[in-house]
Design a protein around this ligand. Structure first.
Ligand code: ARG
Length: 585
């Protein structure tokens, strides 16, 4: 148990029991970091919430808690303020000891979870024959970072790409290609994804306008589903084509994923529908088989259905998700299943989860979570589009970010009269560009829409990737200038924290563990971004006020350790966001 908050919580629980009895052992002590140093470093708001239960006034309650509180090793004497807040200020000696304690620890004090779980993260999940869009980019970046954090906590994470590779669209597309471009169905690489996408759109139009074509397309689906060889081959080629394009994006973003598309669950769909029927949940509505949902109604107040078998006999997105859920629970033995998609799918998942619970496919002890996110908007606040009005291709988006990052670097080099190799410029441009795109996304509260702005995300000031990367580079600059090998600082260094900036930085470094364990629960990655941004700001304040290389010993080495710990915290934190640091930029 490393984090200060956890230690405080334990002490407060003990104090509560001592003051009010064993039945208070389970009460959450409501301890939070303060945002104003006037109130100390942490504050406990518990007294106010206990007034009813204890029938006493909150200041009196706070007094009794403090009298029973044993935090002398951690804090200065607690102070009671206002209606009954308990303000806690951490002792410098505690901070010094805690920093020494993590100085050689590659995990920087973040322990592995006590109970290691099997966790499925379902993310990215683009659709075959369609271009991956910005929404899939969000899912990819957010899902990857969630997976990284859970892996770091020691969980066994299964990263699944639930690719849309099944369904009527393939009948449509294959039927259309048979007519217009049969070569694409027998030859690898006859199309690129852009063409495929165009064919997809044309086939959709034919499908909507032409009854006869609709029928041909339906027959094509049946052929595919019954496993007829030439249809299967054609389908396989189309999938491979898309897969290769997707992989290029994943490589550039350094994303690791296992593809297990919708088609994988095809053999289980009929069984799932039968199971719902046997459990008495299935009803018929307009020829479709569905389960009526509890608590979901349309405008007229009628219950909404979750359709699992369409009137034409086909299964759909929800059927597949029910089968996938069952598979993940029974075969993958997942304890927790996380789905990363846009908020538009919230009702879909709520429906699937409800039906799975009612059908006892989903037991109580397994946690399923939909992690919704908002839209990516253009700078005009409207849907993000290319100048042509088309949706933006991810490849172009990443290229542009990298080009702009490189151009910005080149102009700095000219300004500073620096001469760097082409490799250096390419590598820094690439890292900064990609990091900026990822960070701009991950630093937002994911539930809100955000405006995509190359200019903003590449700024060297503010909560941006370049700002954080630069803070890291600053520390490496100290090591170069002072010829310091951070990996070989002497053992048993005495850490001395005197200046306000040193204390603030030390406290912040020691909060990493709280941040990570918080995100493990609520999956809000912007908390890590905020933390790292704050860390960089605190480091820059420290850097301006506290000379490092010029200081006398033991202060000098102590400040070197503080610098090194900052850099390592940044490196670790950024790596959990899928971002790598640069030694120079
Ligand atoms: N392919 C879907 C889409 O593009 C996302 C799939 C998400 N995962 C799932 N199990 N439904 O919207």
């Amino acid at each position: 148990m490393n984090s200060i908050v956890e230690k405080l919580k334990k002490h407060f629980s003990e104090a509560l029991v001592a003051a009010f009895g064993a039945e208070f052992a389970e009460v959450d002590p409501l301890i939070n970091p303060t945002n104003n140093p006037k109130f100390g470093d942490y504050q406990c708001n518990l007294a106010m919430s206990l007034t009813k239960r204890l029938k006493q006034n909150p200041r009196e309650i706070a007094k009794q808690i403090v009298e029973n509180l044993n935090v002398a090793d951690l804090c200065q004497t607690p102070e009671i303020a206002g209606p009954g807040f308990i303000n806690l200020k951490i002792k410098p000696s505690y901070l010094e000891g805690a920093l020494s304690g993590i100085q050689k620890d590659p995990r920087l004090g973040v322990e592995k979870a006590q109970k290691q779980q099997k966790i499925v993260v379902d993310f990215s999940s683009p659709n075959i024959a369609k271009e991956m869009h910005v929404g899939h980019l969000r899912s990819t970046i957010i899902g990857d970072s969630i997976a990284r954090i859970l892996e770091f906590r020691g969980h066994d994470v299964l990263r699944l790409n639930h690719v849309g590779d099944w369904g009527t669209q393939f009948g449509m597309l294959i039927a259309y290609l048979r007519e217009t471009y049969p070569k694409a169905l027998t030859t690898a690489d006859a199309l690129d994804l852009g063409d495929l996408n165009l064919f997809y759109k044309q086939s959709k139009k034919r499908f909507d306008d032409d009854e006869e074509f609709k029928e041909t397309a339906r027959k094509e689906v049946v052929k595919l589903q019954s496993g007829q060889a030439d249809s299967r081959n054609a389908w396989q080629l189309l999938c491979d084509q898309s897969r290769r394009e997707f992989q290029k994006i994943y490589d550039r973003l350094d994303i690791d994923l296992n593809e297990r598309g919708e088609s994988f669950y095809n053999p289980f769909l009929a069984d799932v529908v039968q199971e719902l029927d046997e459990k008495g949940l299935l009803e018929e509505s307009d020829g479709a088989k569905c389960v009526f949902l509890e608590g979901f109604t349309n405008k007229a107040g009628d219950p909404l259905p979750l359709i699992v078998k369409k009137s034409d006999g086909g299964f759909n997105y929800a059927t597949t998700d029910l089968a996938a859920l069952k598979y993940r629970i029974n075969r993958d033995e997942a304890d927790r299943i996380i789905y990363v998609t846009d908020s538009g799918q919230s009702n879909h998942f709520a429906g699937v989860f409800q039906v799975a619970k009612r059908a006892k496919i989903l037991p109580e002890n397994i946690e399923v979570v939909h992690v919704p996110f908002g839209l990516v908007l253009g700078e005009d606040g409207k849907k993000f589009r290319a100048r042509s009005g088309e949706s933006v291709k991810l490849k172009d988006l990443l290229d542009e970010a990298v080009d702009r990052a490189r151009a910005a670097l080149e102009s700095v080099l000219v300004e500073e009269g620096r001469n760097e190799s082409k490799e250096f410029i390419d590598s820094v441009g690439n890292t900064v560009g990609i990091s900026a795109v990822k960070y701009a996304d991950l630093s937002q509260n994911r539930t809100s829409d955000y405006k995509f702005s190359y200019d903003k995300m590449l700024e060297l000031k503010g909560n941006t990737a370049p700002y954080l990367l630069y803070a890291y580079v600053r520390v490496q600059g100290i090591s170069r200038k002072g010829d310091i090998d951070f990996n070989n600082l002497p053992e048993n260094i005495e850490i001395v924290l005197k200046q306000e900036e040193e204390l603030a930085l030390a406290k912040h470094i020691l909060q990493l563990s709280e941040i990570i364990t918080g995100i493990e629960k609520d999956l809000f990655l912007n908390r890590l971004g905020d933390y790292l941004y704050e860390l960089s700001k605190k480091y820059n304040q420290f850097y301006e006020q506290c000379p490092v290389l010029q200081a006398e010993e033991p202060i000098k080495t102590s400040r070197l350790v503080l610098s090194d710990l900052t850099a390592r915290t940044l490196k670790l934190g950024l790596s959990l966001l899928g971002i790598s640091v640069l030694e120079r930029m």
